[in-house]
Write a protein that binds this ligand. Structure first.
Ligand SMILES: Nc1ncnc2c1ncn2[C@@H]1O[C@H](COP(=O)(O)OP(=O)(O)OP(=O)(O)O)[C@@H](O)[C@H]1O
Ligand SMILES: [Mg+2]
Length: 265
């Protein structure tokens, strides 16, 4: 076989397909025990997870099963009792508070279950905040923030403060704030729980668009089974561990084809 044959477009596609997909996030043997209350609560118990760049994962599970706890650990907002979280090749435990904040700002977007907007700032200022923290100048941040608010259907509410917005509108501001920096991985905790069907569909479409255009990874806690079934893998949190419910397709599928057992990690 000549070298020129190896350089052919077909071979390039084949070799791209054969490449190990880029690991975005990994947790190894993750455990979380809450010890502050009257009794110890073991929420996560030796959980493993690998998320590849561009993969979209749904996390489902009963109330109290630990979904928010898991997202907080993945985002470095809380520390595990045991185990390791790696984001873009960095071990979170090796970073101090400031470095963890920088890592979050560079790589992650976060949509909290209870949106946590800053009450004294307008919708636009809230959305621009992560860009300003990252050092973007005010005119560029304002332009990008306004464009993202338009995309979530809130172009007419930019100057409203959170207390002047409906629950669903606040949630959409929080989504715009998480996406505005075009992070590599977005963690969302029931992002469309408060939204009507039509608006929820628009947010899901926006997520698909970013996924296709920028290869953004999404890890979404959701009770919306129809939406979950459109993602690459559905994982259920039960007894402190993740179990595969559906998938994998796409990037996760490539990993499985290369010899990984078809379980959650
Ligand atoms: N700071 C804390 N101290 C003690 N226990 C906690 C703490 N935070 C959460 N828990 C307990 O850990 C368990 C998991 O909570 P978590 O918020 O992760 O659940 P969840 O799956 O997100 O539930 P939901 O679907 O209701 O949002 C719950 O039983 C909760 O009571
Ligand atoms: Mg929760």
């Amino acid at each position: 076989m000549s070298d020129s044959h190896l350089d052919s477009p077909t071979m390039q596609i084949v070799s791209e397909f054969m490449q190990e997909p880029e690991l975005m996030l990994e947790c190894i043997n993750l455990s979380k025990v809450y010890a502050e209350g009257p009794a110890e609560v073991q929420v996560l118990d030796g959980l493993n997870l690998r998320v590849y760049a561009g993969e979209r994962i749904a996390i489902v599970g009963a109330s109290g099963s630990g979904k928010t706890t898991l997202l907080n650990l993945l985002g470095g907002l809380d520390l595990p009792s045991e185990g390791t979280v790696m984001i873009a090749g960095m071990n979170l435990a090796s970073l101090d508070e400031t470095q963890r904040g920088q890592m979050r700002n560079r790589n992650l977007g976060f949509v909290y279950q209870f949106h946590h907007l800053l009450g004294e700032f307008t919708a636009l200022e809230n959305v621009c905040m992560p860009l300003l923290i990252a050092g973007t100048d005010v005119p560029s941040a304002t332009k990008r923030g306004a464009a993202m608010l338009e995309r979530v259907g809130l172009g007419h509410r930019m100057q409203h403060k959170p207390s002047e917005l409906s629950g669903g509108e606040r949630q959409r501001v929080a989504i715009a704030r998480a996406l505005v920096t075009e992070p590599r991985c977005v963690l969302l905790d029931e992002p469309t729980g408060n939204l009507d069907r039509h608006t929820a569909h628009e947010i899901h479409a926006l997520m698909s668009e970013l996924n296709e255009q920028l290869d953004t990874s999404f890890i979404v806690v959701t009770h919306d089974e129809e939406f979950a079934s459109t993602l690459d893998r559905v994982l259920q949190l039960r007894n402190g561990k993740l179990e595969l419910v559906a998938g994998p397709t796409k990037k996760g599928g490539a990993a499985v084809e290369q010899g990984e057992p078809p379980h959650a990690d």
